[in-house]
Design a protein around this ligand. Structure first.
Ligand code: IPE
Ligand code: IPE
Ligand code: MG
Length: 261
């Protein structure tokens, strides 16, 4: 495991978030406002994904996790679910090559068993092609649920060892979908709703939450910058007092100047 959990160690403060997690919400409302079918909103949403990936690369964000389809989204009308799956196939077919050219490593996280063989093949191919890239890791959460993630981690631990020893935080974190990724610095939800909707329940423990009324198809680089600006103004205390945070900042500034030639 390469990252340190925010509850085990305090991460260093950075002006640009290292990991951004986004609930891309509001596609349906965007379409309804224009008297269009919901699918038109989902299609436009793919363009916002493209713009956001580009903006993250330009700003030096290392990890971007996008919630594309939740474990509860199967409750939607079958026709909408089918269209979303088709769009997912299309997006993989069209975008993987470009992502690879741009140095993006693609990963799909979630319970992939429920997807058909075609989708699974495209996912495996896309992940294999981009495995060696390191400019930005793009995690797409599909048929993902935060509770599912925690449960699959627990079950994978139980399969491997007896239940008589207490499980440590690091052991459990090591089995989660994003085990090798630092926890999100900022969580963005578009579309005005202020809830987590079963996204990264474990990983969001100390993430800064940011909600915007902007609908996902309208989200762009400027909207991302507004979120990052809000993040910059936050004081991330991780359980400490304000005074302790200020002291830690002074210390790290002092070491930074002392190593300069
Ligand atoms: C988010 O937009 C996309 C998915 C959940 C797949 P919605 O489809 O939830 O849009 P609203 O919330 O109905 O506007
Ligand atoms: C959350 O959006 C899931 C995704 C964006 C994929 P929803 O629109 O499904 O969330 P709820 O149901 O309104 O909470
Ligand atoms: Mg929604």
């Amino acid at each position: 495991m390469t990252y340190t959990s925010t509850t085990a160690a305090i991460p260093e403060a950075r002006a640009i978030p290292r990991h951004i997690a986004i609930i891309m919400d509001g596609n349906g409302r965007w379409a309804r406002q224009r008297m269009l079918p919901r699918v038109a909103g989902h299609k436009r949403g793919v363009e916002s994904v493209r713009a956001t990936v580009r903006a993250c690369i330009e700003r030096g964000v290392e990890h971007l996790t996008l919630f594309a389809f939740s474990s509860e989204n199967w409750r939607r009308p079958a026709a909408e679910v089918d269209t979303l799956m088709e769009l997912f196939v299309l997006a993989l077919e069209r975008e993987v090559g470009k992502l690879h050219q741009n140095g993006v490593r693609l990963r799909i996280v979630g319970d992939l068993q429920r997807f058909g063989p075609r989708l699974n093949k495209l996912i495996a191919e896309g992940e294999a092609l981009t495995r060696g890239n390191s400019r930005l890791t793009l995690n797409i959460a599909a048929n993902y649920g935060g509770r599912w993630d925690i449960l699959q981690a627990v079950n994978s631990l139980l399969r491997e060892r007896g239940a008589d020893e207490p499980v440590t935080e690091a052991e459990l974190a090591g089995r989660l979908c994003l085990a090798d990724t630092p926890e999100p610095d900022i969580f963005i939800r578009t579309g005005g709703e202020q809830r987590i909707s079963n996204f990264l329940l474990w990983q969001l423990a100390y993430t800064e939450l940011y909600f915007t009324d902007t609908l996902w198809p309208d989200f762009d680089a400027a909207a991302l910058d507004a979120a990052i600006e809000s993040y910059r103004r936050r004081e991330r205390r991780f359980g400490r007092t304000s005074e302790q945070v200020a002291e830690a900042m002074q210390k790290s500034a002092a070491t930074e100047t002392s190593v300069k030639p």
